[in-house]
Write a protein that binds this ligand. Structure first.
Ligand code: CP
Length: 315
């Protein structure tokens, strides 16, 4: 593995999750592997879990860590070639990526979707521009269309918690006051394509995700029907994909409540966090003993550690 942009870069998902599990059992086992090497974490957007868990993972492997908020601490970057840079953008990605590559052995980047220009978001301009000009491996810490580190942590959580053969796992849309990207849902679906499960995606009409991501997965527009006998309910908001970036409904009928959880087979509740209480999910569901959200966040460290170890092994 030379980089992690999407889960397509993971050669063997089961092996990666097994490695994450082993690292969780003995997280200091490879504390010298990254010795004398440096990882740079570049954030174009806010973060709690990704920022701290990736730092922790890197330090557990002996890597030196540099963190920079690119959105407000770095020079504004120009990505287009041949531009006359007489505006607000002071530095071209061509120089920035090469310079960062001199200081770092691995560069991890968070750069969310703009949700205003679908074509530009799908081109993953920030990540792909770094890849074009950087000379070191690039790791996606959530881009416009993918959040592979989250999906790997979710896969580890499922492996640890769900022991039933072919469990029913539901990805349910939920309301949110802001338009949110598709990255978490996209990567969760890609990850689920590697699981032996009865997987169902449910959302209101109009919220269909990218058909290339959905593939042959079952989509149900009736949330109650989808939740019936579910063993795991993974909740996430996303904005409309066809009517790109739009919020199509503001009512709370799709909020996950105790009443809806009663339709399930005493299901686990999952969410990547951060989560808006009593908007996305009721307090009772989030605070229930079947809620896995804190363990999902814990597993972010070991998923990131597995990815960084694999990159260091192949350096
Ligand atoms: N789930 C997740 O990526 O959390 P942060 O946005 O806080 O990093």
């Amino acid at each position: 593995m030379k980089q992690l942009l999407t889960l397509n870069d993971v050669p063997d998902m089961a092996e990666m999750i097994q490695l994450a599990s082993e690292l969780k059992s003995d997280s200091h086992a490879f504390s010298q592997l990254g010795s004398r090497k440096t990882i740079g974490l570049l954030f174009f957007n806010p973060s709690l879990r990704t920022r701290l868990s990736t730092q922790k993972a890197a330090r557990l492997l002996g890597l030196d860590v540099m963190v920079m908020n690119f959105s407000n601490e770095a020079w504004a970057i120009e990505y287009e070639d041949g531009t006359i840079m007489s505006g607000l953008r002071s530095e071209h990605i061509k120089e920035a990526a090469q310079v960062v590559s001199q200081y770092c052995d691995i560069v991890a980047i968070r750069a969310f979707a703009t949700l205003t220009d679908k074509e530009k978001d799908e081109s993953e301009q920030v990540l792909n521009s770094f890849i074009k000009y950087a000379s070191v491996p690039i790791v996606n810490m959530e881009s416009a269309t993918a959040h592979p580190l989250q999906a790997l942590a979710d896969a580890l959580t499922l492996k640890e918690q769900v022991h039933k053969p072919k469990p029913k796992i539901v990805l349910s849309w939920a309301p949110h006051p802001k338009a949110l990207p598709h990255a978490v849902a996209n990567s969760f679906i890609k990850m689920m394509n590697h699981q032996d499960a009865d997987f169902v995606i449910t959302h209101p009409e109009g919220y269909d995700l990218n058909p290339d991501i959905i593939g042959d997965n079952r989509v149900v527009y009736d949330q109650d029907e989808a939740l019936k006998d579910a063993d795991v309910v993974y909740v996430k908001n996303w904005c409309a994909y066809d009517d790109y970036g739009k919020i199509l409904r503001t009512d709370n009928r799709w909020m996950l409540t105790e009443k809806k959880m009663k339709l399930t087979n005493d299901a686990f509740f999952m969410h990547c966090l951060p989560i808006r209480r009593n908007v996305v999910v009721s307090d009772a569901v989030l605070d229930h003993s079947k809620s896995l959200v804190i363990e999902q966040a814990n597993n972010r460290t070991y998923a990131a550690q597995a990815v960084l170890k694999t990159l260091l092994d192949h350096a």
